[in-house]
Ligand binder design. Structure first.
Ligand code: NAP
Length: 310
């Protein structure tokens, strides 16, 4: 959609990092005509070249500072471990009144890494869209990624007007928006995302190490449940390394609880306690039904693309 005075929320948006989330933001911002200009930067020349080739941004810049200079909203879309150095690089060029945000999957570590670099007069409103696929890179984004998905803002004591503006942007990109405290965000995400990813990585690792079942059998019969683990375990290794390194306490807490529950089920299987297993699975089934009723069950559209990591 053409950006008009009625649709524009920020004049100039800068996206730092041009992977799945940033490229989806660019498409979604354009779909809603939510900005007059989108500038973008990625660290590798190859990614910048692809971004130019597909017209992902109005301007693809040669440095993060060049993209951030004069922008009204700067969104850090790099792995969590890279947020601090990027913030340090852009800090000197940020204009007073600009808003800095991010899309990192962990919030406390990003706030600690980014906050100290930002000058007075710049608003910092961390965010996390709960939407994604296992694909990466500038070609993997699509305009509908955030539709009907939650985006959690972690505003702390940020200026309410800056928070309202960022909320409007995410709503314009199709999201439902909630606000949360950083530590609570990290605990909730450890339950619904981080620990499940770790379990998926582990299960795929188990299959890989098991010599009595061949890899070709694993692939052939994967529809029996394993396939969903492999999809999750195909997610970007850098992103997930950073998630576990920076959301350590909450992930270890949930992992400990998971292990305890696993022992309960393991014992029930060993002892032939069918009632316990049946009751347990009945309770978990209700959670699944709740997710479907909340409309959070639709998978990302399949574009028939090969995973692209440029
Ligand atoms: P992605 O597709 O892998 O893209 C990452 C981007 O960050 C690329 O442009 C990459 O540059 C750049 N980058 C990587 N390491 C960097 C470093 N050390 N310094 C500077 N730039 C670096 O990743 P993504 O899925 O969009 O994830 C971006 C952020 O969104 C992460 O913080 C992640 O936690 C969060 N997030 C991801 C999902 C998801 O499901 N994927 C969902 C919600 C939030 P090059 O291309 O030049 O290598």
């Amino acid at each position: 959609m053409q950006a008009t005075p009625e649709t524009v929320i920020y004049d100039r948006v800068a996206l730092i990092g041009l992977g799945l989330i940033a490229s989806s933001m660019s498409h979604a911002i354009r779909r809603g005509g939510l900005a007059r200009e989108i500038a973008g930067y990625a660290r590798s020349p190859e990614t910048r070249e692809v971004a130019r080739e597909i017209g992902l941004c109005d301007r693809v810049c040669e440095s993060a500072a060049e993209a951030a200079e004069g922008a009204d909203l700067i969104v850090l879309c790099v792995p969590v471990g890279a947020m601090g150095p990027v913030a340090a690089e852009i800090a000197p060029v940020l204009k007073p009144g600009a808003t800095v945000s991010d899309v990192g999957s962990v919030k406390r570590a990003v706030i600690d890494a980014v906050g100290p670099h930002l000058p007075a007069g710049v608003h910092f409103v961390p965010a996390h869209p709960l939407a994604g696929t296992e694909y990466s890179g500038p070609r993997s984004g699509f305009a509908t990624l955030f539709d009907n998905r939650w985006c959690i803002l972690v505003p702390g004591d940020a200026d309410p007007a800056a928070v309202a503006k960022l909320r409007a942007l995410w709503e314009g990109m199709g999201s439902n928006v909630d606000t949360m405290d950083a530590d609570h965000h990290d605990l909730v995400l450890a339950v619904v995302s981080h620990t499940p990813h770790l379990i998926a990585y582990t299960m795929v690792g188990v299959a890989d190490h098991l010599r009595r079942v061949s890899n070709s059998e694993v692939i052939k019969y994967s529809a029996s449940g394993f396939r969903d683990f492999t999809r999750i375990a195909a997610s970007d290794p850098t992103m997930w390394r950073d998630v576990f390194l920076t959301n350590k306490d909450a992930t270890l807490d949930i992992l400990g609880r998971f292990t305890e529950e696993l022992f309960v089920l393991q014992r029930a299987i060993r002892m032939g306690d069918g009632d316990l297993l049946h009751d347990y699975f009945t309770r978990t089934r209700a959670i699944r039904r709740g997710i479907i009723e909340a409309g959070q069950d639709t998978a990302a559209p399949d574009f028939g693309r090969a995973p692209v990591k440029v």
